[in-house]
Design a protein around this ligand. Structure first.
Ligand code: APR
Ligand code: ZN
Length: 247
């Protein structure tokens, strides 16, 4: 019933937009932040993932980021990512707005991806601004902790992701809110919807009259505003929805 209803809403939509969180990448092997086994159940996010803690001690940041980066770089899109790319190709989804920095939506073929929290695929030197691929920096973390800039020797190389206490990328946020204001359906996938301003996106869509579909492993604070709530694994649910639409 709920998968059918979600397919119906998306089939009838002209401006459906997805907002994804860490849950959509869980089946690719990347741990989420909250909920069972989440990163923040092991570490204090402010201590290990804020701009203050990074600047004070880049080494502690990299010690945590090293393992997560290894997993993220090795991760492949799962059927949930692929289903979202299929929905976009079928004209049933205008864009994916994501809180994730793993790049898996792009890898799965999604064309219009807005990264609210930046990209973990690149690293920037805060002293000289030089950009490097994360994969190249990852490769030398065994010998270099924290990694050093190849250009200026600085030891403040930071992935191009938004840490706690940092501003959101203005252009990405602007584009996401513009899409939300024009959305007729907002499909939320794999997010606990507790981090702002990202969680503002579905609220703006709702205020603009959009219908909401939530696909998440556990309840979220926004479920009461949704027409459809499916508590399940996005890697299973999204392909079911996509299959009904293409049938
Ligand atoms: N399918 C669907 N949902 C899932 C799955 C799955 N296979 N596995 C886990 N989930 C759900 C969890 O139940 C949880 O509600 O995904 C949600 C993930 O929530 P978070 O870990 O809080 O991730 P997210 O909402 O993306 O966090 C937002 O917080 O720490 C910051 O910058 C970080 O972008 C992140 C932001
Ligand atoms: Zn440098």
């Amino acid at each position: 019933m709920t998968v059918e209803r979600a397919a119906e809403l998306l089939s009838a939509s002209q401006h459906a937009v997805a907002l994804t969180g860490a849950g959509v990448s869980a089946e690719s092997g990347i741990p989420t932040f909250r909920g069972e086994g989440g990163l923040w159940t092991k570490y204090d996010p402010v201590k290990v993932s804020s701009i203050e803690s990074f600047l004070a001690d880049p080494e502690s940041y990299w010690k945590v980021s090293r393992e997560r980066g290894r997993v993220a770089l090795a991760a492949k899109p799962n059927p949930g990512h692929l289903a979202l790319a299929e929905l976009e190709a079928a004209g049933r989804l205008v864009a994916v707005i994501t809180q994730n920095t793993d790049g898996l939506h792009q890898d799965s073929g999604s064309k219009r991806v807005i990264e609210l929290h930046g990209s973990g695929r690149k690293v920037q030197c805060l002293d000289c601004g030089r950009l490097e691929l994360r994969a190249d920096v990852q490769a030398r973390l065994g010998a270099e902790m924290p990694p050093r800039c190849r250009n200026c020797g600085g030891q403040r190389l930071k992935p191009t992701v938004v840490l706690f206490g940092e501003p959101m990328p203005v252009a990405a946020m602007h584009e996401a809110l513009e899409l939300a204001r024009n959305a007729d359906v907002i499909l939320v996938v794999g997010s606990s919807l507790v981090v702002y301003p990202a969680a503002e996106v579905p609220l703006v869509a709702l205020r603009a009259g959009a219908r909401m579909i939530v696909v998440n492993a556990e309840p979220t604070p926004f479920d009461r505003f949704a027409q459809v709530v499916i508590n399940g694994r996005s890697g299973e649910v999204l392909p079911q929805i996509a299959a009904l639409i293409s049938a």
